[in-house]
Ligand binder design. Sequence first.
Ligand SMILES: [Zn+2]
Ligand SMILES: [Zn+2]
Length: 175
Amino acid sequence: MELPIFKYHPDPIGTGAIEKTEDECQCCGTRRGYKAASTIYAAESAETICPWCIADGSAATKFNGVFSDSDPLLTDGIDQEIVKEVCERTPSFISWQQERWLSHCNDACEFHGDATKADLDTLAGDALKEFLSTEYIEEDNWPNMLVNYEEDDDLAIYKFKCRVCGENRFYVDYS
Ligand SMILES: [Zn+2]
Ligand SMILES: [Zn+2]
């Protein structure tokens, strides 16, 4: 069975957000073979939620919870319907700090997991300046951070992509 399509998280297997499991989904009670790697933020915790129950919103409804914090998107002025789709019907990702879903061009961005060094190398000009100032990184420190950057390290840089203009967006997460 093919995994559901998540508009804002196009490759959840690749990012590690969806993983294989033998366990039953606590929402639909079925063994679907896959589950979300991160749990839902809800009063009652659920360890195993299948991608189908995320996609159709049934897990968010059943557990009355969300997969991602809606504050960053709401602060950016993103439309409520988009925020609901990202936070209630899209698998989130595991981060050290509270995860932050980025937006651009009045839309939520697609999440693409850990940025590769090659992704970061493409950051230049205004995009780089904006990134450094948003992340409170001194311009002088950036070359060194870039040289030492490794995926899955204590310092994570996540990659998002704007669905409207195609620009890559990044944010830094420290352990
Ligand atoms: Zn399910
Ligand atoms: Zn854009």
